[in-house]
Each structure stands twice: as structure tokens, then as C-alpha cells.
Design a protein around this ligand. Structure first.
Ligand SMILES: *Cc1c(COP(=O)(O)O)cnc(C)c1O
Length: 234
């Protein structure tokens, strides 16, 4: 997508984030650039503008991009559902896993995190409002899962992540963000080092920041619309 806009999307989004009023007590939000379906060149172009943190949904899709851009000081976040049989590759290649939602995955990631890499940063994904979704733990399971993460020296508990249902009613979406914010406050009160609440995407990141997000995950507003999802299982 070539565009003649004077302000590149990255700069426009960074200033929108900088001008957003955070919830009292929250630091300014960080931008995670969601690079799923985009090639390594698209990532490199944003990196050249200063963007460091990138999010990917699929381990297999991410590995070649991570390899191609090694040595550039980028920070890679896994934000998609993680199958246990991919935990080894994820623990080796990523800096953060935001989609930890079960004890089995906690153990697998800790077991496979290479000792020479620093601890793997972990967010617990919470299924805050979508009963049908298979990803994310229940809000009442956060405490036990957090204890399990905190007990692993190879992992570092950083906070929570959520993908609220794309409800056209923004008031209901904001209620989900608010519920996440209280869960986050309760977690941060019990665990030192918890500093990240990842929520909000292209359509609603300013609402998420207003309700307490410290990290927003933005794809299409940065890179342009994604091609429709392929039906093949790549
Ligand atoms: C794709 C994706 C995003 C980014 O969505 P956009 O609407 O393109 O900004 C954020 N978080 C997760 C978990 C995603 O899968």
C-alpha cells in the first residue's frame, strides 16, 4: 500500500498514544507492532523508523522473520494461541509469550527456555468475556497460574493480556477492558515486577489506554488491511 500521507502511520499512532490520557497511576502505553502476515521487509521498514517490539501469532510464521532480522535489537512477542508441542520453539525464539493460559504450558516454556537467554517474559491471557473462545484462562484462574509462573526462575511474570470480543458496542468493550484493569491491579499488588497490561488493537486502542492498558497491539492501522485469512493450515 503506497500512500502519500505526510505522516507515516507509525508516527501518527505514536503521537496518538503519547497524547492519550492514561488511567491514573499507569505509565504511558507501549506500542506492539503486530506483524502477522507481513514479510521481514515490512518489519525492517518499521524497525528503521525506530519501532522495536513486534507481535506474531504463529510460531512457524515468525521463526524465519526472527532469524532474518537477528542482531537488530528487536523484541519478539508471541500473541497467538500456543500449542504445547510448539513450546520449545517459542521458548527459544521469542522474548515474550503473551498467550500463556494453562499450567502445562508454563512448565513446557520453563523447561525449554535456554539458560543462556534471559528469563522469558510471560503474560497470562485471560478470556475476559468470550465464553466460546478456546484461548485464555478464566478470570478466577489467574491467581493460581500467576503463582505457577512466578515459581519458575526461567520465566518472568510481567502481567496480563486479553482480546475482548469485537463488540460493536464500545461501552461493552470498555467494560471488558475495565474488568481486565482490576484483575491487573490485584495481580500487581501481589507480584513484584508485574507492569504490563496488554489490550487494545487498531480499532479500540485509545479506549484500552483510557481503561488502563500499558501495551497496545496494533496491526492493520500500521501496515494496512490484511489479506483475507487462507483456509489452508500452513
Ligand atoms: C491480529 C491481532 C492484533 C492486531 O489486530 P489489528 O486489528 O490488525 O490491529 C492484536 N492482537 C492479536 C492477539 C491479534 O491476533
Amino acid at each position: 500500500m503506497s500512500t502519500s500521507a505526510a505522516v507515516p502511520p507509525l508516527q501518527a499512532i505514536l503521537s496518538a498514544i503519547a497524547n492519550a490520557k492514561p488511567r491514573p497511576g499507569r505509565p504511558a502505553a507501549r506500542l506492539l507492532a503486530v506483524s502477522k502476515t507481513r514479510g521481514a521487509e515490512a518489519v525492517a521498514a518499521l524497525a528503521a523508523q525506530g519501532q522495536r517490539a513486534f507481535g506474531e501469532n504463529y510460531v512457524q510464521e515468525a521463526l524465519p522473520k526472527i532469524a532474518a532480522l537477528r542482531g537488530q535489537g528487536l523484541e519478539w512477542h508471541l500473541i497467538g494461541h500456543l500449542q504445547s508441542n510448539k513450546a520449545r520453539e517459542a521458548a527459544q525464539a521469542f522474548d515474550w509469550v503473551q498467550s500463556v493460559d494453562r499450567a502445562k504450558l508454563v512448565e513446557a516454556l520453563a523447561r525449554h527456555r535456554p539458560p543462556e537467554a534471559g528469563p522469558l517474559n510471560v503474560l497470562i491471557q485471560v478470556n475476559i468475556d468470550d465464553e466460546a473462545s478456546k484461548s485464555g484462562c478464566r478470570p478466577q484462574d489467574v491467581s493460581a497460574l500467576a503463582e505457577a509462573v512466578a515459581a519458575q526462575p526461567r520465566l518472568r511474570l510481567r502481567g496480563l493480556m486479553a482480546i475482548p470480543a469485537p463488540d460493536p458496542d464500545i461501552a461493552r468493550r470498555r467494560a471488558a477492558f475495565r474488568a481486565m484493569s482490576s484483575l491487573f491491579d490485584a495481580l500487581a499488588a501481589r507480584h513484584a515486577g508485574v507492569d504490563t497490561l496488554s489490550m487494545g488493537m487498531s480499532e479500540d486502542y485509545l479506549d484500552a489506554i483510557a481503561e488502563g492498558a500499558t501495551m497496545v497491539r496494533i496491526g492493520s492501522a500500521l501496515f494496512g488491511p490484511r489479506a483475507p485469512k487462507k483456509e489452508t493450515n500452513a
